[in-house]
Each structure stands twice: as structure tokens, then as C-alpha cells.
Design a protein around this ligand. Structure first.
Ligand SMILES: Cc1cc2nc3c(=O)[nH]c(=O)nc-3n(C[C@H](O)[C@H](O)[C@H](O)COP(=O)(O)O)c2cc1C
Length: 318
């Protein structure tokens, strides 16, 4: 199959790819279309040097983008062929449209969520997420080689305490604040970063250690919200922690997020505790070699608008 960067098919696929979530909405990806396939690369200029020293969040973000690309190709009636690039270059994976094949109902459902999935930083209802839906999220992670654990009350409270430690440490760090300022600067024309209307309300009771995107860019009119008293947290982990494992974990994260969206759930990544190596190590169970890659708060929230994206054509070469 001949793919050209200016044809409609390529545009549909790459439009879906860039709808993926990314740390601080940095969109740290780049595409090279050649020889009938698409090389997905990281864009190192968009890496967060303070909170992402080991490139983990960038690789997770690009992994989510790879999942969307695979899904878009499948929805177009071609079996996607994924060729991971574990070596240490800019390319993390190559995705090619393989032989024709109809997507099953599961993939078609995920497809309906591609452009409806948005990070939700608002309060969620005081409703329990049913066990069968948690099972579905677990299966979504497992389908991409990851493990998803829904935390019980004891483990959740222990994790929330570590998250509060992480939040306090980052708030105090001038380098963290400078980096956050770069990605939250108010500019209505900007197509990346976190716009003012999406930073979410303050936690009225100050119990949930959510990342405060209003920390440096003052928002005097920012409302307060009453957050759920017993948040449901899930932790996504992988068996290895190298570059390829992180890209895979990003694909698993996106499959979980799209599955959650299909089931009417909202989700917010809460990753500050994973950005401080000693705290990330404290979460991992030394007796069980799983590496935590993503923490999500999930629940039933009010709809939120999507965040901006740069056009795929801006980051595509041949
Ligand atoms: C690795 C990673 C870490 C993230 N960490 C947080 C976080 O700590 N708090 C938060 O509110 N959102 C977090 N996000 C969500 C991003 O800010 C969000 O994906 C981005 O702004 C794009 O918005 P969208 O998800 O609505 O498309 C994270 C996303 C990724 C991929």
C-alpha cells in the first residue's frame, strides 16, 4: 500500500494518533511516513527536563499515540502491524497497515471513544465503579501486556499520602514551577499545553493531592469543587521498565482510558508520585517485580471539553 503524507487515509490515521493524551499536553511525537508505513518517533525538544529526566512520561505519551494509530488503521479495515524499535534512537515503533481485516466489535467500540476521551480534573460522583467494569479495565491492560490494580481503601490511602509528599516536594521546587509555567502560560492561540479553562477546580477540602495546574499562572476566578471523599484509584504496571516496556505501557494506558470512556467513566492521571524516583520505588512491591507506570483516578464526572492539539501535518515528514 502506498501511503503519502498528504492523502486522506494518512490524515485520518494521524489525526487519531495525535488525539492521544500526553504529559502536560506536550504532544512529544513525530511521524515519518515512508515505504507504506509510519515511523513514530519521540520529539526530544518536547521532553519535560525537570519531571521527566528518565523520559518515562514522554515514552508513555508516545505509546498512547501508537495505540491510537493502530486502532485507526484497524478501524479502516486493515490489520495494523506493529514493529517496536527497542534500540536507543528517536523512533519507538513502526506501524504498517497489514492485510485487510474487519475490526471486531470491541475495537469498534474503542473507536467511538477516540475523540471523546478527555482528562477530567473535576470532582466525580460518590458512586462506586462496578466490579465488572474494573474487570474490563484489567482485561484492557492485560491485552497490551500490562497489569491494572484497583486499589482497596487501605492501599489507596497509603498511596494518597505518598502523593501528597510528592505534591509538596514539587510545589517547593523552583525548577518544577518554571517548567509548569511554560506549559500553563495563558495564550488562547496556543495548540499545546494546558489551557486556563482546563486546569480544573481547587479541592475545596484540600484532601486530594491533585497536580495544581494553577500553581504558577494565577487564576483568581478559579472555582473550588467538592471532590469525592473515596476516590477510586487504579495503578497500571509493567513487568519491565526499559524503553520498549514504557512504550507498551503507554499503549496499555490508552486502551484502558478508551475502555473507561466507552463505559461512561471519566479519568484523570495522577502521576506526580511517579516523577520522583525514590517515591516511585516506594510504591513498587520489592517482592513482586512490577513497575508502576500510571496512576488514574476514575469515576463518574461531568463532561469536560477537549484540549488543543497541533495539526498532525506539522509534525510529519516523509
Ligand atoms: C504520562 C502522563 C502523565 C500525566 N499526569 C497528569 C497529572 O498528574 N495530572 C493531570 O491532571 N493530568 C495528567 N496527565 C493528563 C495530561 O495533562 C493530558 O493528557 C493532556 O493535557 C491532554 O489532555 P487530554 O488528556 O484531555 O487529551 C498526564 C498524562 C500523561 C500521558
Amino acid at each position: 500500500m502506498t501511503l503519502r503524507p498528504d492523502d486522506e487515509t494518512t490524515g485520518t490515521w494521524l489525526g487519531a494518533a495525535v488525539a492521544a493524551p500526553s504529559i502536560h499536553n506536550t504532544q512529544p511525537w513525530h511521524f515519518n511516513v515512508h515505504d507504506g508505513g509510519i515511523d513514530v518517533r519521540v520529539d526530544p525538544a518536547r521532553r519535560l527536563r525537570v519531571i521527566d529526566r528518565d523520559h518515562r512520561s514522554m515514552l508513555l505519551s508516545v505509546g498512547a499515540c501508537v495505540f491510537n494509530l493502530r486502532l485507526a488503521i484497524a478501524l479502516d479495515g486493515r490489520l495494523p502491524v506493529l514493529r517496536p524499535f527497542p534500540a536507543d534512537g528517536l523512533t519507538v515503533a513502526r506501524v504498517e497497515p497489514g492485510r485487510p481485516g474487519r475490526p471486531g466489535p470491541g475495537l469498534q467500540m474503542l473507536g467511538t471513544a477516540l475523540f471523546r476521551r478527555h482528562t477530567n480534573r473535576g470532582p466525580f460522583a460518590r458512586a462506586v465503579v462496578p466490579a465488572r467494569i474494573l474487570d474490563e479495565l484489567r482485561a484492557a491492560a492485560a491485552a497490551e501486556g500490562a497489569e491494572l490494580t484497583a486499589l482497596d481503601r487501605v492501599r489507596r490511602d497509603a498511596l494518597l499520602a505518598l502523593m501528597a509528599t510528592a505534591d509538596a516536594a514539587q510545589r517547593r521546587d523552583p525548577a518544577y514551577r518554571r517548567e509548569l509555567a511554560t506549559w500553563t502560560a495563558a495564550d488562547p492561540y496556543r495548540l499545546d499545553g494546558i489551557p486556563a479553562e482546563l486546569i480544573g477546580p481547587r479541592d475545596e477540602e484540600g484532601r486530594l493531592p491533585l497536580r495544581d495546574f494553577g500553581l504558577v499562572s494565577a487564576r483568581p476566578d478559579r472555582p473550588a469543587g467538592r471532590f469525592e471523599p473515596h476516590p477510586q484509584l487504579v495503578v497500571l504496571s509493567s513487568r519491565a521498565d526499559n524503553r520498549a516496556a514504557r512504550v507498551r505501557a503507554g499503549q496499555a494506558m490508552q486502551r484502558v482510558l478508551l475502555t473507561a470512556t466507552v463505559r461512561g467513566l471519566s479519568a484523570q492521571p495522577m502521576t506526580q508520585v511517579l516523577e520522583i524516583p525514590r517515591l516511585r520505588r516506594a510504591i513498587a512491591d520489592p517482592a513482586d517485580p512490577w513497575f508502576p507506570q500510571m496512576i488514574l483516578r476514575i469515576g463518574y464526572g461531568m463532561p469536560v471539553p477537549g484540549s488543543p492539539r497541533r495539526d498532525w501535518s506539522e509534525m510529519t515528514t516523509v
